[in-house]
Design a protein around this ligand. Structure first.
Ligand code: IPD
Length: 268
């Protein structure tokens, strides 16, 4: 095993144990019925709950104890600049609206990166226990039960793609996204808006959707699931290079060029 791979595996092992502990905490703290909103962020419909914060605090504490020199970028707290060159990129609950309402698709998403390179990523759907993990160059795996490799299956033609997408929280942004999706919808099989980007990217990795497009993703929505997708053989792209806040498109290499051109033609 190369040193880089060994380091990535150590990072994935830590992400997995901390992610499982955070998922157990989220499960334990979730009350019956609707979870109350503690605060809002980018708009009145962008919620944070006390349990998002508790999950992030636990992840921060465990990572700081195990690797005190690392940086930390989390959705709900202050950024920590580290000294080791490794930075953790964490969404303590991706799919907070699903979590609030009890829609069973919300995840803990933990990645470790060096510069722009994501080295390890772990995603767990808290509601059903499915887990995905990946290391850079080491492949993508389902980690619940016996670990098994994840590889994106050969896709259907573009006109038959099942496309996952999502919307930002700001009203003007989502109005524009809705118009782009309306143009895409008649040209593919169908569209899914599950409500957790990390889970969308893991679904793309294992072929429970065929393609993905979203604008406005934050690093913590993208980092772990993005590595799972690319290590499963999916191509991810952005507006003019790697995916970023402006645009994330993903598809199997067999249809990627045609699908990406369609996405751009639809106005994304
Ligand atoms: C959101 C979810 C959603 C996506 C939004 C994200 P959050 O994350 O991933 O699917 O469409 O762009 O902000 O707010 O639930 O952590």
């Amino acid at each position: 095993m190369s040193t880089a791979t060994a380091e990535s595996q150590l990072l994935l092992d830590l992400a997995t144990s901390v992610g499982r502990e955070a998922a157990a905490l989220v499960r334990r703290l979730r009350p019956e019925g609707r979870v109350p909103v503690a605060d809002t962020k980018t708009s009145a419909t962008d919620p944070v709950t006390a349990i998002d914060r508790a999950s992030e605090e636990l992840i921060r504490a465990r990572v700081a104890a195990a690797r005190p020199g690392d940086g930390f970028l989390g959705e709900e707290g202050d950024t920590v600049v580290g000294t080791s060159g490794v930075e953790w990129v964490v969404d303590p609950i991706d799919g907070t609206v699903n979590f609030m309402y009890g829609v069973p698709a919300y995840a803990v998403s933990i990645a470790a990166r060096r510069g722009d390179q994501v080295l390890a990523g772990f995603v767990v759907n808290v509601a059903d226990g499915r887990e995905w993990g990946a290391t850079l160059g080491g492949g993508a795996f389902r980690l619940d039960g016996t670990p098994r490799r994840v590889a994106a299956p050969a896709p259907p033609p573009v006109a038959h793609l099942l496309v996952a997408t999502g919307f930002g929280y700001e009203p003007e942004v989502r109005a524009a996204q809705g118009e782009s999706v309306a143009r895409l919808l008649p040209q593919v099989r169908d569209v899914r808006r599950v409500g957790a980007a990390a889970l969308d990217l893991c679904a793309l990795a294992e072929g429970t959707v065929d393609a993905y497009v979203e604008q406005g993703l934050h690093p913590w929505d993208l980092a772990a699931g993005g590595l799972v997708a690319t290590e499963a053989g999916v191509l991810l792209a952005g507006l003019d290079g790697p995916p970023d806040r402006r645009l994330v498109m993903g598809a199997h290499p067999d249809v990627a060029a045609e699908y990406f051109a369609l996405v751009r033609a639809c106005g994304f």
